[in-house]
Design a protein around this ligand. Structure first.
Ligand code: NAI
Length: 289
């Protein structure tokens, strides 16, 4: 199911509130899993930067519609006047056919795709020796295989049309920090590091850039277990050198930079956005005199 939300009929003159990053006006961005959390914030921020946004969601159409409404409101202000368009696309990134349909839909509607953000992700907690194979496959299939298949289809399109684009993978601090009891998540995010670097190297000559951001503990629905419980939240934050969890907007700001023309020489990198979580917090104070 797709819906096209189009304010361009009202005015051809874009009106942007933020518009701080170079080269994003009129670009088209597809964000997977964009109906909540970090993906939602990225969709909103890229709309504010003047991008057309394709909002992929797995099942929650209402949340996706909210994302679209907020993005357009933020991007266009009170008066619904701006040049960009948005599109809602239902699809499960663990299903190849859904990805093919999603890519076709975006290119059909917007004429091209410029930015792919691989954000969709899930996690399942279980001791590693007890993980059902289906759970393992579900996490890898969404977080890693899904990201690769989306990247493959985007790159295919860019190479074919000699129209390079940019990919951002939403990795995690668990790209490098092991995560006991989340083996499939750990493997998926570790894999995302090499997905990023391998594609960046392979397609650098074609002008395609591939980078990742690695969020630390971020206030989003995936973390409801501790974000809604002050005691649990305090425990999490006690491990973070900066003393607080991050928020989705802080992740989206880095994505806006990396996909923009401010970052034209950056490729193959994972940017850790974690309040210092990857800095070996245990060493913040000297262990001995
Ligand atoms: P979230 O649960 O709000 O967002 C994940 C989104 O992915 C949801 O909208 C969900 O519906 C969607 N999704 C799940 N499976 C899908 C599928 N098969 N097809 C399409 N969409 C699917 O949580 P959050 O935190 O915004 O997560 C976004 C990304 O950020 C994930 O990749 C996650 O691993 C990553 N991340 C989050 C951190 C955090 O502390 N919140 C830390 C590090 C990484």
């Amino acid at each position: 199911m797709t819906m096209l939300f189009n304010y361009s009929a009202l005015s051809s003159r874009p009106l942007h509130l933020h518009h701080t990053m170079k080269g994003l006006t009129g670009k088209t961005a597809l964000i997977t899993g964009a109906s909540s959390g970090i993906g939602q914030a990225i969709a909103i921020r890229l709309a504010e930067e003047g991008c057309n946004i394709a909002i992929n969601y797995r099942s929650n159409a209402e949340e996706a519609e909210d994302t679209e409404a907020i993005a357009m409101q933020q991007a266009c202000g009170q008066v619904e006047q701006c040049g960009m368009q948005s599109l809602l696309i239902k699809g499960d990134v663990s299903k190849e056919q859904d990805i093919l349909n999603m890519m076709n839909t975006v290119v059909d509607k917007f004429g091209s795709l410029d930015i792919l953000v691989n954000n969709a992700g899930i996690q399942i907690e279980k001791p590693s020796h007890e993980v059902p194979t289906d759970d393992f496959d579900r996490v890898i299939g969404t977080n890693l295989r899904g990201a690769y298949l989306c990247a493959r289809e985007a790159i295919k399109c860019w190479v074919e049309h000699q129209h390079p684009g940019v990919i951002i993978n939403i990795s995690s601090v668990h790209e490098i920090i092991p995560r006991p009891s989340y083996i499939s998540y750990s493997i998926s995010k570790g894999g995302m590091g090499n997905l990023t670097r391998t594609l960046a190297l392979e397609y650098a000559k074609q002008g395609i850039r591939v980078n990742a951001i690695a969020p630390g503990a971020t206030i989003t629905p995936i973390n409801q277990a501790w974000t809604d419980d002050p005691e649990q939240k305090a425990i999490v934050e006690s491990h973070i050198p900066m003393g607080r969890a991050g928020n989705s907007e802080e992740m989206a700001a880095a994505v806006a930079f990396l996909v923009s023309d401010e970052a034209t020489y950056i490729t193959g990198q994972t940017l850790y956005i974690d309040g210092g979580l990857t800095l070996y917090a245990d060493f913040q104070e000297p262990w001995s005199a």
